[in-house]
Write a protein that binds this ligand. Structure first.
Ligand code: PLP
Length: 393
């Protein structure tokens, strides 16, 4: 740990966990300590650790052709985009392949700029879209943005997420090219908007010819109990961004949009040396092939079980403000700062995530068992209850 601390740029909140190996939703550290992993490598490990089909696909691809630039054709890429076409919303079947979520957002921003004569991009309060310059420009947190004003794109306006009144700003403004939003906000603390709000947002943008970009990097691929979180609201965006779990651990992201928009990017206007590389393609195909309706239904059921178990154990807990979530995208909002509680829970053998200053967040692998879910809920509740005394009765 010390060698890393000395040589890795100090940009991450580090956890006191040195991971050795994993299986399903269980991790072991180098000291043999067992963790139920509710973090899943920040939502990447959707199929858990040690997935045999991903391993076989990657190894097979390595033995045939592991490296090929996007200018070359490969069977692995063709297979991946055929698989992808099977899961994206109908008509959003033109793709840009990148490596990280932020890169998928950068590509979406370029598509928007090339597709509209208007200049303003609308983003939402508490949004998170990544930390490269373009993505950072539409990310809300002042903490992430404040030192980099010179880097940010101009003409971005933030409106309040899930606020009907603020939709008037879109109604009245005739210089808007696109709206970027997360169908369920992740980094912002697992915020689920109202159905009416999302439908109204879609209606206005459609009426005004404004491109609606749904960032599904965290909420997509079955995470909320449907393939895409926007399906919960009965709407269809014009562009979606996909990342995190899509590559099965190999860096991979996708910008998927209507051809009428995606085709506005000209040769050379966006590229990446390793975007769409064969290993990521093979791994991505193995992920999509395993994202069955049954598995996604299980995500919905397991999420329900997790939240209900938490609510049961934490019914009389003073420091819990709210337990909320959709599928396996869940949060416990506390009335105190999360950090001591979070560290206490890690100590007890559950690895969660966090948001803001008072929220515990969970993005476990979909393959977590019911027994592991109830065990994790129990351990987390015991950790949380031990801090009850911090809030006056
Ligand atoms: C994680 C995330 C990103 C950024 O993805 P990176 O791979 O970290 O660049 C963008 N949008 C959302 C909603 C995310 O959760």
């Amino acid at each position: 740990m010390n060698y890393e601390n000395e040589h890795i740029a100090n940009t991450y909140q580090r956890l006191p966990v040195n991971v050795l190996n994993g299986n399903g939703a269980i991790l072991h550290d180098i000291n043999g300590k067992r963790y139920i992993d509710m973090m899943g490598g920040y939502g990447v490990a959707i199929l858990g650790y040690g997935n045999k089909k991903i391993k076989e696909a990657v190894c097979r691809q390595f033995d045939t052709i592991p490296i090929a630039h996007a200018s070359e054709y490969t069977a692995a890429r063709e297979e991946f985009i055929k698989n992808l076409t099977g899961i994206v919303p109908a008509g959003l079947d033109k793709f840009y392949l990148g490596n990280t979520g932020a890169e998928a957002i950068e590509a979406a921003i370029k598509v928007v700029i090339k597709s509209s004569k208007n200049h303003k991009i609308i983003a939402m309060t508490n949004s998170y879209h990544g930390k490269t310059a373009g993505a950072l420009s539409i990310t809300y947190s002042e903490k992430y943005r404040q030192s980099f004003g010179d880097l940010l794109i101009k003409n971005v306006e933030f409106i309040r997420y899930n606020n009907m009144e603020d939709l008037d700003k879109i109604r009245k403004d005739n210089d808007i090219s696109a709206v970027f939003f997360e169908p369920v906000q992740g980094e912002g603390g697992i915020n689920i908007p109202d159905r009416e709000y999302v439908r109204e947002l879609r209606q206005i943008t459609e009426d005004k010819g404004i491109i609606l970009v749904a960032d599904e990097i965290q909420s997509g691929l079955g995470r909320t109990g449907k393939m895409w979180a926007h399906e919960h609201f009965g709407i269809k965006p014009d562009i979606i961004t996909i990342g995190k779990g899509i590559g099965g651990g190999i860096p991979l992201s996708v910008t998927a949009g209507k051809p009428e928009f995606m085709d506005n990017l000209a040769k050379g206007e966006q590229s990446s040396t390793t975007g769409g590389n064969p290993i990521a393609m093979a791994s991505g195909s193995a992920v999509i092939e395993q994202l069955t309706d049954d598995l996604i239904n299980e995500v919905a059921v397991k999420g329900e079980l997790f939240r209900n178990t938490l609510k049961e154990y934490l019914a009389d807990s003073r420091i819990v403000k709210e337990i909320r979530g959709l599928g396996l995208m869940d949060a416990i909002e506390l009335r105190v700062k999360f950090l001591p509680v979070f560290m206490d829970i890690i100590n007890r053998g559950v690895l969660p995530l966090y948001s803001g200053i008072n929220i515990l967040r969970m993005l476990p692998p979909y393959v977590i068992s019911n027994a592991e879910i109830t065990e994790a809920a129990k351990i987390m509740s015991e950790g949380i209850k031990s801090y009850n005394k911090e809030v006056a009765p």
